[in-house]
Design a protein around this ligand. Structure first.
Ligand code: UDX
Ligand code: UDX
Length: 461
């Protein structure tokens, strides 16, 4: 099939490359020239495990054509996926400018019978408005509009896209929905081959596959057909619910700190209840990234606009904001005074990505700098991005090596749980420090081992 994907972010580029891999002719459209230039060279412009291989295949096989031109990208498409960003607007709600601009641009050139599929996270009601825009821009257009939100995580975007937990399809045309389900099934069928060819994700993915992800018959059980509005809400609710779980764990971690309980032990016990589950109950610096913060904020705004109480979501957002300040207080309570040098390990919003959007680690660096600490921070992948989102200032400097983070520091804080930080030679590094203090803000390191080397503390334990 001829397929167009508008927006080449984590969602759009991953989808484009996978569609090209299964043999579709895919145009991926973006408005930023540098991004299109890099994709044309056969690579991703952001770091994502296994994606480069797929993009390279797409370009080499000529199945993937990156373009800045809407007419070229859309005119032959049987299906158009929309995956442009939906950042937070000034009022806290989602800014849908990119969505509606892209819908209007695509509507001018789309061919008869096209299926228009919304993949971005949008507030309920966006689909209705998008349909109006298409009809107004192209009154003769004959099209089907579906909402099929994606649920991929950065750092495991390829893996999450080849084997999905569920495939949601909202809209009122059951025949066209079947076409879309089939396309996602084709991708899932390729999962074993893709993981074989992409060694980086192979080990990780095999656990999923052996768990029955791609077993015959299983796929159809994962397909959910809903109305447009329900599909739009499913994505927003999933993200907000997961954000709520994290905030719950973070709040209980504060209780643990007071009473001497251990947050990991508590959540292990709580999570064994199958109705609750262990995932997303890991206490830390709070949730960040391109999705949770903006989606919780967006749900607050759209819920309030509907006249429904949004206090629950508001509190989740506020508590998450305050988690970085809580950690700054914990650091001070270890006796580290303002003006001291603090080393920070990790800057990305989570491991496995160079993305620093609303990164709790970046926010921690800025908060410490604001409090007058001299901050030296590093990350395996996200230093350049951090320089843009959390610029260096008179108190905050980025350094290339972990040695530089430890050298002469009064305390070192683990802010992002990169696997490579588990294996550091802390014994050797501690000798570079002015005082051997260490705070693990992600509860990632072995307390017993660290206690032997440092005056060590961690969150909620
Ligand atoms: C996507 C969805 O868009 C977002 O709503 C959802 O919450 C998470 O997944 P992501 O792929 O991470 O987000 O977004 P981003 O990396 O910001 O990529 C969006 C792309 O769209 C960018 O490459 C941007 O340049 C492009 N874009 C933006 C357009 O092509 N057209 C525009 O008008 C604006
Ligand atoms: C999220 C959703 O998981 C995904 O389904 C959706 O499509 C996009 O948004 P992502 O933002 O890539 O994905 O990252 P995720 O792994 O969900 O982590 C988000 C944030 O929560 C990170 O800052 C992470 O460190 C934090 N987190 C996650 C915790 O603090 N504790 C946890 O237990 C889990």
């Amino acid at each position: 099939m001829n397929i167009s994907v508008i927006g080449t972010g984590y969602v759009g580029l991953t989808l484009s490359a996978l569609l090209a891999k299964v043999g579709h002719k895919v145009h991926c459209i973006d408005v930023i020239e540098d991004k299109i230039k890099t994709i044309k060279e056969g690579k991703s412009y952001f770091y994502e495990l296994g994606l480069d291989n797929l993009v390279k295949y797409g370009i080499d096989s000529r199945n993937l054509t990156p373009t800045l031109n809407y007419e070229e990208g859309v005119k032959d498409a049987d299906i158009i996926f929309l995956s442009v960003g939906t950042p937070s607007g000034a009022d806290g709600g989602w800014d849908l400018t990119y969505i509606y601009d892209a819908v209007e641009n695509a509507a001018k050139f789309m061919k008869d019978g096209v299926i228009f599929v919304q993949r971005s996270t949008v507030p309920v009601g966006t689909g209705k408005r998008a349909i109006e825009i298409i009809k107004k821009t192209n009154p003769k257009a004959n099209f089907t509009y579906l909402s099929s939100p994606e649920f991929l995580r950065e750092g495991s975007a390829v893996l999450d896209s080849i084997i999905q937990d569920r495939i949601v399809m909202g809209g009122d045309n059951e025949e066209k929905k079947k076409i879309l389900f089939k396309i996602f099934e084709e991708i899932e069928k390729m999962a074993p081959q893709i993981t074989e060819e992409t060694p980086e994700i192979h080990e990780y993915a095999s656990t999923y596959i052996s768990n029955g992800g791609s077993k015959e018959g299983a796929f159809k059980d994962k397909c959910i057909s809903t109305c447009l509005e329900s599909a739009e809400l499913i994505k927003v609710c999933s993200n907000t619910f997961l954000a709520t779980k994290i905030t719950f764990a973070n709040n209980i971690a504060r209780v643990c700190d007071r009473v001497g309980a251990n947050i990991n032990e508590v959540m292990d016990g709580v999570g064994m209840d199958r109705r609750i589950g262990r995932s997303f109950l890991y206490a830390g610096l709070g949730f960040g990234g391109g999705c949770f913060p903006k989606d919780v904020k967006g749900l607050i705004k759209s819920t309030e606009d509907l006249g429904v109480d949004a206090q629950l979501f508001k509190r989740v957002y506020e508590l998450n904001e305050s988690q970085v300040d809580y950690v700054v207080d914990c650091i001070k309570q270890m006796g580290v005074l303002g003006g001291s040098q603090v080393g920070v390990l990790g800057l990305s919003f989570k491991p496995g990505t160079s993305d620093v959007r609303v990164s709790p680690a970046g926010r921690l660096c800025k908060a410490l700098s604001h409090e007058g600490f001299a901050v030296l921070a590093t990350d395996p992948r996200a230093i350049e991005e951090s320089k843009k989102d959390f610029p260096e200032d008179k108190n905050l400097k980025y350094v290339d090596t972990v040695e530089d983070v430890f050298k002469n520091s009064e305390i070192v804080v683990l802010a992002t749980e990169w696997p490579e930080y588990k294996e550091l030679d802390y014994e050797r590094l501690s000798k570079l420090m002015k005082s051997k203090n260490f705070y693990d803000a992600r509860n990632f390191l072995e307390k017993e081992k660290m206690n032997k080397i440092f005056k060590f503390d961690n969150l909620g334990a």
